[in-house]
Ligand binder design. Structure first.
Ligand SMILES: [Zn+2]
Length: 130
């Protein structure tokens, strides 16, 4: 009886360890893949100066009013970033649509606004250069 009990506990331990390893690997790949696909932060520049920095939300969206020379409403979401409303005459920034990678920037020249997505790697470089 004692032998059987100890074997039972060992099996349970192995199963638990296996589950922990699977969860750990899964979490590692999830964070690795998600950080590789797109940047993590949105930087908003007004007149070439960093005005604000926001973390991209995991779900849903957040609207930010940027008031400088004019007014822009910047929407950040898990899908990316876009300007949804602007006081400028051309509305080019609104028509530019959403951006979800760090290679493209959205600009509103009349209002002196620039919006871009930056990854964590870029973030580290910025920290050093400041
Ligand atoms: Zn504009």
């Amino acid at each position: 009886m004692k032998k059987l009990e100890s074997i039972g506990i060992k099996r349970l331990d192995i199963i638990l360890i296996a589950i922990y390893i699977i969860i750990a690997i899964g979490l590692f790949f999830l964070t690795f893949l998600s950080s590789d696909i797109k940047g993590d932060f949105v930087e908003i520049y007004l007149d070439n100066k960093l005005w604000a920095r926001y973390e991209l939300p995991q779900k849903g969206y957040k609207d930010i009013s940027v008031i400088g020379k004019g007014k822009n409403i910047v929407r950040i979401s898990s899908e990316g970033v876009c300007i949804i409303e602007s006081s400028c005459s051309g509305q080019f920034c609104v028509h530019q649509g959403c951006v979800n990678d760090s290679k493209t920037v959205i600009t509103c020249l009349p209002n002196g606004l620039l919006v871009q997505i930056v990854g964590r790697e870029n973030d580290d470089i910025d920290m050093v250069s400041y």
